[in-house]
Structures are given as structure tokens and as C-alpha cells.
Design a protein around this ligand. Structure first.
Ligand code: PLP
Length: 388
């Protein structure tokens, strides 16, 4: 029998990293040691207190049954406490927070809650690909908001045409930003709140990286802005803050009706997060936060090492204030794929070509700081041996 894929799968954009994966296999087959600066996955393990709390919780038979789709109230109360202490934002744990199986799950499902066929979703480009793919799966149309360096990688809201605004239902934003590492300031978020109110567009802010920041400059939550809860929701996650990418735990919070709509989708699709993992999530948020500060210092020292190398090598980039990414222009005349391809084949170092994040990522590459300093130095030395 011929298995025919649905049109929505056939319509997926081509996998841009296929050629790079093929080259990587070829390089590895030659016995060359590969160093990957390609993935956004913390290299260090989850903290011991979090692991211990999971071990304890697993012995409780109450946790062996189906969890509630919206998450344990005790987990949501802990999230509300953390939002208040970190951002000064008040959230009602009963109605304004729903737990997610990682923030990716909620981001991918959000368009199902708000988008009818033909509706428009405003998506940043370059950006996390799930925004536009979730949109497409829900039958929506993506309108690309270019993030360009001249505008500090913030979208120009005034450039969105009136006919698009008429059809737009939601807007995805992500600060601190993957892949550009840009941070949004209060003025931009205020502009977003006013824009959303005026045009009746729900803001879906992805805040996965707010805790990976440098030089003591704390990034904002979108919900800190007066009026934000009237027009928006925020996706958050324990993945990057606590080295918990494999645990699959996050949440969406903010506007009660919007959070409820995502919850309604979830009741029909999944059955929540394993309660043992939620117990560990409570421990992550309420336990000692010094290790998170230590982690920031580790990333900061890696960032400084990489930025020093890039400056000396004459590369053009903005020094990241947050995230564990550096977004760098390729040398004059080289496309993202040409640059990443040559670095990989000649040095065994994997970098992410910027066009993998959308057409406006062309001409850039992304360095991920998720290897230790020794390996990072080795990778940078190798990159330095390639002449252009
Ligand atoms: C911008 C952004 N948002 C969301 C996620 C998803 O994180 P998780 O599903 O682990 O919470 C990622 C993961 O790389 C990301 O880069």
C-alpha cells in the first residue's frame, strides 16, 4: 500500500540542514573530530536537587495516574510566585497559567486555538521555525516580519500593510531572541501593546531565554508592560534556565481567555506532564538559585571568549546581552550555506547557517555556546585557520 502524506506535511519547507547533515556524516567518516556549535541544547546536566526531587516523587503512587491537562495547582502556584518575584507580574494560578509539555508544544498548538483557515499570523524572520509551521498546520497564513540589524532585530510594526492587519489574529514575538540574541526594551513592548489593542491581535510572546542573560542586565517579561495581559500571553520554559531540555516542562501564562483556549486544545490532544516532572519543576523554581547564576557566569565567559575571537577576526556581530547564541555576518560575498559548509568540511566545526531560520537569516551564521571552554577554544582556533 502506498502511504500518502497529508498536504500539510507535503507543504513543509525543505529541510535546510539536509546538505549540512550529509557533509557532517562525510566529515565524521573521515575520522575528523566534530565539534558542534550548532545546537541550542545546554551541555551541562540538570541540577542535583532537581534530580533528587524527581527520584523522591516517583515513589508516590498518586503520581502514576493521568495528570490534569492544565498542570498540578501546586506547580502553577509556584510559577505564579516565581513570576511575581522575578518580574513583579501577578498571575492567577487557577485561570492564567496552563502547564505545557515544553514550550514548543504550546507554541505549536497555539494557532489551533486562534486561527481559522486563511487567517494571518505575524511571525518574525529569522525566527524559531515552530511559529510558522504551527500556523501552517492550523490552515493559517504566515506574514513575515523581517528582523534586521539596522532595527536591532526588532520588527517594524508600522511596515505591516493594512490588509494584512485586517486578517491578522496573532503575532509571535521572541525576546531574548533566538537566533539573533537581541533583547527587547520597554519602549518596544509598549509599542506592541498599543499595536495589539488597536488592531485586535493577540500577542504570543516566547520568553524561553529570559534567564540566560549577561552583565547583570535582566530581560523583561512582556507581561510586565501595563495592559499586556489584556492583549497577550507568554510562553516560558524550564529547559534553558535549569538545563532541563529533556524533561519537557514549560507553561503558557497571561490573558485568561487565551490561556483557556490553549488549555481547551490540550484537553483534546494530550494528558498533561508526568506529575513527577512537575514536582521536580517546583523544586527548580523554589530551590537555591545560585547555580543558575553560576551557569550564567559560565555562558558569559564562553561568550567573551567567542566575541574576542570574532572581533579579532574582523567579523561583524552584536555582542549578545542574553541567550547562548551569537549571530554573526558571514564574510563578504559568502552565503550562509557556503560559509557553514566550508567551515564544516575544512575544520569539522558545525555552525548553523542563518537561512535555516528564514530568508532574512541569509548572510548570517549562528554560534551556540553550548560546549565547554576547551572545546570552544579548539573550535575557534580551527575556524581561524580557514582563509577567505
Ligand atoms: C525560541 C525558542 N522557543 C522555544 C523553544 C522550545 O523550548 P522547550 O520546548 O524546550 O521549552 C526553543 C528551543 O530551542 C527556542 O529556541
Amino acid at each position: 500500500m502506498m502511504i500518502e502524506q497529508a498536504d500539510r506535511l507535503k507543504a513543509l519547507p525543505p529541510y535546510l540542514f539536509a546538505e549540512l547533515d550529509r557533509m557532517k556524516a562525510e566529515v565524521a567518516a573521515k575520522g575528523i573530530d566534530i565539534i558542534s556549535l550548532g545546537v541550542g541544547d545546554p551541555d551541562l546536566p540538570t541540577l542535583p536537587n532537581i534530580i533528587d526531587s524527581l527520584k523522591k516523587a516517583v515513589d508516590n503512587p498518586a503520581h502514576h495516574q493521568y495528570p490534569s491537562y492544565e498542570g498540578m495547582l501546586s506547580f502553577r502556584e509556584e510559577i505564579a510566585r516565581w513570576y511575581k518575584s522575578r518580574f513583579g507580574v501577578n498571575l492567577d494560578p487557577a485561570g492564567e497559567i496552563v502547564s505545557l509539555i515544553g514550550s514548543k508544544e504550546g507554541i505549536a498548538h497555539a494557532p489551533l486555538a486562534f486561527i481559522n483557515p486563511g487567517d494571518v499570523v505575524l511571525c518574525p524572520d529569522p525566527g524559531y521555525p515552530v511559529y510558522s509551521i504551527g500556523t501552517m498546520f492550523a490552515g493559517g497564513e504566515t506574514y513575515v516580519m523581517p528582523l534586521v540589524e539596522e532595527n536591532l532585530f526588532l520588527p517594524d510594526l508600522s511596515a505591516i500593510p493594512a490588509d494584512i492587519l485586517d486578517r491578522a489574529r496573532i503575532m509571535f514575538l521572541n525576546y531574548p531572541n533566538n537566533p539573533t540574541s537581541a533583547v527587547a526594551n520597554m519602549g518596544f513592548f509598549e509599542e506592541v501593546v498599543a499595536f495589539a489593542e488597536k488592531n485586535n491581535i493577540l500577542v504570543c510572546h516566547d520568553a524561553a531565554y529570559t534567564e540566560v542573560y549577561y552583565d547583570g542586565e535582566l530581560p523583561l517579561s512582556f507581561l510586565e508592560i501595563p495592559g499586556a495581559k489584556e492583549v497577550g500571553i507568554e510562553f516560558h520554559s524550564l529547559s534553558k534556565t535549569y538545563n532541563m531540555t529533556g524533561w519537557r516542562i514549560g507553561w503558557v501564562c497571561g490573558n485568561e481567555a487565551a490561556v483557556g483556549a490553549i488549555g481547551k486544545v490540550k484537553t483534546n490532544i494530550d494528558s498533561g506532564i508526568f506529575q513527577v516532572v512537575q514536582e521536580a519543576g517546583i523544586e527548580a523554581l523554589q530551590g537555591d538559585q545560585q547555580p543558575v547564576e553560576d551557569l550564567r557566569n559560565i555562558y558569559q565567559s564562553r561568550r567573551d571568549l567567542a566575541c574576542d575571537f570574532l572581533s579579532k577576526g574582523g567579523y561583524s556581530f552584536m555582542v549578545p546581552k542574553a541567550t547562548f547564541y551569537i549571530w554573526v555576518r558571514t564574510p563578504e560575498g559568502l552565503s550562509s550555506a557556503q560559509f557553514a559548509g566550508r567551515i564544516l568540511t575544512e575544520t569539522g566545526v558545525v555552525l548553523t547557517p542563518g537561512n535555516g531560520f528564514g530568508e532574512h537569516g541569509e548572510g548570517y551564521f549562528r554560534i551556540s555556546l553550548t560546549v565547554n571552554e576547551e572545546r570552544l577554544s579548539e573550535a575557534l582556533d580551527r575556524i581561524g585557520t580557514v582563509s577567505w
